[in-house]
Design a protein around this ligand. Structure first.
Ligand SMILES: Nc1ncnc2c1ncn2[C@@H]1O[C@H](COP(=O)(O)OP(=O)(O)OP(=O)(O)O)[C@@H](O)[C@H]1O
Ligand code: SF4
Ligand SMILES: [Mg+2]
Length: 354
């Protein structure tokens, strides 16, 4: 795509995203954990706000330890917010209990990285796929069985495979069965946490295409969590780039993956190995120095500053606010402009500013 096409794609994606009421609205979410010795606090998610709209795929990318899984778990009530809120379909689940809470929760599902994890090794696939319906209170086994076979057929698994045990399936088939498990519930939102990371590269494309097909067929809404830029740019409408529990950048897919605004996104793009299409690889190659700092004591000011090639003294003193520099394209960097990230600074090095 040339620059004009990218801008047109950004606008189209941005317009689509504001057309409807959100499926989920996250406001200043914080999830804190005590360290093992209970003397300190891990700030796994540390002030995140965003909305996800019906039929959208909202991608979340970041390095290991940036809080992606914790955020995904908070979206489906597998972990409670320490502060802030997660409003689902206009409802704050904190105000619900008993049957109302159970009915509400079934609309918000998660699929994990490990295709073995959700399938009970001692149960036939068909029984595992029926299980969520029965846990949700269904007493009609015949109807559940029909719904499970229907879901399995939609993910490309035959009635014969449905009778097998998990160890008799390939990794890709197991992940298809996991998708069928949540599909039976017809959820309003599916959080997909590294769903292709454990699969052979040769079948990742098939599973991603399956997610896209199911989205078209059932009008599904996804939050797609991954550390792999080629995956997130393949499937997402919008992308949020996380670092140490906060969003560094949030915007339309074309804008974030082809014209990033944040130095961290630019570094992720340039670090991506060959599978990234050539038009998504940046001309300037930037190496991310060192490891991601500990979420127990993130750097002051901009938490990316210890690895940022453009860091200045202000970056240590002041937390950068998310600013909308292009339509619905936000960045948390003091010096980014609508044209892109700041140029690397040669006055100071990241180490000198720590
Ligand atoms: N239950 C917990 N108790 C204490 N710390 C936790 C807990 N869950 C996660 N953490 C910590 O919170 C931080 C964020 O973890 P999280 O798993 O959300 O990151 P992630 O971005 O999903 O990483 P990865 O890409 O490796 O899956 C990490 O430092 C992790 O050790
Ligand atoms: S220039 Fe400063 S504010 Fe911008 S990303 Fe780098 S350290 Fe953060
Ligand atoms: Mg994770």
């Amino acid at each position: 795509m040339d620059r004009q096409q990218v801008i047109a794609a950004e606008r189209a994606s941005a317009t689509r995203a504001v057309d409807a009421q959100p499926v989920i609205a996250v406001r200043d979410l914080r999830v804190l954990f005590p360290t093992q010795d209970h003397t300190q606090t891990v700030k796994a998610v540390d002030g995140v706000s965003f909305e996800v709209f019906p039929g959208e795929t909202f991608g979340i990318i970041g390095e290991s330890g940036s809080g992606k899984t914790t955020l995904g778990r908070a979206l489906v009530s597998l972990v409670e917010p320490s502060a802030g809120s997660v409003i689902r379909g206009g409802v704050d689940p904190k105000g619900l209990s008993g049957a109302a809470l159970r009915a509400h929760r079934r609309d918000y599902q998660i699929v994990f990285q490990d295709p073995h994890s959700a399938l009970n090794p001692r149960m036939r696939v068909i029984d595992s796929v029926m299980e969520p319906l029965q846990m949700a209170g269904s007493r009609d086994r015949a109807a559940d069985r029909k719904a499970a076979l229907d879901a399995l057929s939609h993910v490309g698994l035959s009635a014969e495979l449905a009778q097998r045990y998990p160890h008799q399936l390939s990794g890709g088939q197991k992940q298809r069965a996991n998708i069928a498990r949540v599909l039976t519930l017809r959820p309003k939102l599916i959080v997909c946490d590294e769903v292709v990371a454990a699969l052979d590269v040769s079948i990742r494309g098939d599973i991603l295409n399956l997610f896209a097909d199911l989205q078209r067929e059932f009008g599904l809404t996804y939050v797609f969590i991954t550390h792999d830029l080629s995956v997130v740019s393949h499937i997402s409408d919008r992308i949020a780039v996380t670092y140490l529990g906060r969003f560094m950048e949030l915007g339309p897919n074309a804008g974030v993956s082809e014209r990033p605004l944040h130095p961290y996104t630019e570094a992720l793009l340039s670090a991506e190995p060959i599978p990234l299409p050539s038009h998504l690889r940046t001309a300037r190659r930037i190496t991310l120095a060192g490891e991601i700092p500990s979420p127990v004591s993130p750097p002051s000011g901009c938490r990316f500053r210890t690895r940022c090639p453009s860091a200045e003294a202000r970056c240590a003193a002041e937390v950068p606010a998310l600013r909308e520099l292009r339509p619905l394209h936000w960045v948390a960097c003091h010096f980014a402009t609508a044209d892109g990230p700041p140029s690397p600074s040669f006055k100071t090095t990241p180490q000198e500013t720590t």
